[in-house]
Design a protein around this ligand. Structure first.
Ligand code: GTP
Ligand code: MG
Length: 149
């Protein structure tokens, strides 16, 4: 099954947007498998964003992600990775369409409130990185027959 790692960044938590952001994924119809509030250590932030380590903004990005608690989530569903990226919107919130999370709720790339995995492989990699065994739930939502024919 396809999974995406979605994370509300420290600005989203500080600005009181946790419920708003979670509810967009809930309403869409994906299945929540893991959820926690977490103060991220520097080493984990560096590992998560290791593909960006040569970028000039990398130190600022690590400071940002570790500046306060984040909300870590694992979401499951067919097509969840690409769909979550659409719900989240463009990296620069000024380019993000209205109706997307970043388009509605943010103004700067360096404060873009939420992360979403960019491929199914990275979804698996990131969920394994951020969650321990026993922190994920396998369950059957009772509404499933009303979401999937
Ligand atoms: P994530 O879902 O967080 O991975 O964002 P993304 O996939 O839309 O963008 P990308 O993976 O390229 O960059 C990761 C994060 O680094 C972005 O979400 C921003 O928070 C930050 N970032 C990317 N580019 C810049 C930049 O030019 N300046 C600053 N300050 N931050 C940047
Ligand atoms: Mg990315």
């Amino acid at each position: 099954v396809e999974e995406s790692y979605i994370m509300i960044k420290p600005d989203g938590v500080q600005r009181g947007l946790v419920g708003e952001i979670i509810s967009r994924f809930e309403k869409k119809g994906f299945k929540l498998k893991g959820l926690k509030l977490f103060q991220c250590p520097k080493e984990l932030a560096q590992e998560h964003y290791k593909d960006l380590q040569s970028k000039p903004f990398f130190p600022k990005l690590i400071d940002y992600i570790t500046s306060g608690p984040v909300v870590c989530m694992a979401w499951e569903g067919v097509g969840v990775v690409a769909s979550a990226r659409k719900l989240i919107g463009a990296t620069n919130p000024l380019n993000a369409e209205p109706g997307t999370i970043r388009g509605d709720l943010a103004v700067q790339t360096g404060r873009n409130v939420v992360h979403g995995s960019d491929s199914p492989d990275n979804g698996k990699r990131e969920i394994a990185l951020w969650f321990k065994e026993g922190e994920l739930c396998e369950w059957t939502p009772v509404l499933e027959p009303w979401l999937k024919e």
